[in-house]
Design a protein around this ligand. Structure first.
Ligand SMILES: Cc1ncc(C[n+]2csc(CCOP(=O)(O)OP(=O)(O)O)c2C)c(N)n1
Ligand code: SF4
Length: 249
């Protein structure tokens, strides 16, 4: 009898430390399933960032490097340029990728570095207790915006896929989410395509996953999914923002 839903080989046996209802774990699993399906575990290098996913290096069976806050694209650039046959991905939150690492991200994308960025957009700094991130929604209450984000003083949220899609070095920029089975499947397909594009040497790929942080949103897991659907998805529409298309024979 075929057993469905087995733990992917590319995941270690270490239990995740994430809070109940946090989508980090789902995304880890999808990345691991893709590594299994592409048979690239032995040559994959992941670059963990800083944030709740800092311990990503404990969870994947491939080689992992941990980069200082925001510097994952630079570290991944170095790994990929030194070892072009490796498959290199970064795993970054919105504080990491879109705040302190915004410059790193834009320039890695502009250079067309042949790496994959898995970007977890949960609209908040999770690990440090829920401060405003560049992706925090207008009016959203956080530890540092107790009256709601006022765009007049705190600026407007950054839509990362839209911004990066204008850069020539970007091969794939897609926004997905993991709130239901259909969207989980779509997210996995996007991650797989990004890994395949890298193996074909096509350029920088980013998969943005609109995610939950029930703990810092102050919501129960089910309510966090509802909040994501009602508030995050209208502001961050799912879709393909750039795709240079399949390689020509
Ligand atoms: C140079 C530097 N500045 C600040 C910090 C503190 N810090 C650790 S995690 C974090 C925010 C992480 O938020 P995000 O990237 O959105 O990831 P999440 O925890 O939400 O998954 C900050 C500011 C740090 N570790 N290093
Ligand atoms: S604090 Fe938020 S992002 Fe961090 S593990 Fe908990 S739910 Fe996930």
């Amino acid at each position: 009898m075929a057993v469905k839903g087995q733990r992917p080989h590319a995941l270690t046996d270490v239990p995740f430390h994430y809070c109940p209802g946090c989508t980090h774990g789902i995304v880890h699993r999808l990345v691991a399933e893709v590594i299994d399906e592409l048979g690239c575990e032995g040559k994959t290098v992941g670059v963990a960032s800083v944030g709740c996913s800092v311990f990503t290096y404990n969870y994947f069976n491939c080689d992992m490097v941990q980069a200082p806050h925001g510097r994952a694209p630079a570290v991944a650039t170095g790994v990929k340029r030194a070892r072009p046959d490796n498959v290199v991905f970064t795993y970054q939150g919105d504080g990491d990728l879109a705040a302190i690492g915004a410059g790193e991200t834009v320039h890695a994308a502009a250079r067309g570095e042949n790496i994959v960025a898995i970007f977890i957009n949960n609209a908040i700094y999770g690990m440090t207790g829920g401060q405003m991130a560049p992706t925090t929604l207008p009016g959203q209450v956080t530890q540092t915006t107790p009256y709601g984000r006022d765009v007049k003083t705190a600026g407007n949220p950054i839509r990362v896929c839209e911004m990066l899609s204008s850069l020539d070095g970007v091969a794939l920029a897609q926004r997905v989410t993991v709130d239901c089975v259909k969207n989980v499947k779509q997210a996995k397909a996007a991650i797989k395509k990004a890994f395949q594009y890298q193996m074909e040497g096509r350029g920088y790929c980013i998969i943005e996953v609109v995610s939950t942080c029930p703990t810092n949103w102050g919501l129960a897991p089910q309510d966090a999914v509802k909040w994501l659907r009602e508030n995050m998805l209208p502001y961050y529409p799912l879709g393909v923002y750039k795709d240079i298309g399949e390689a020509k024979e």
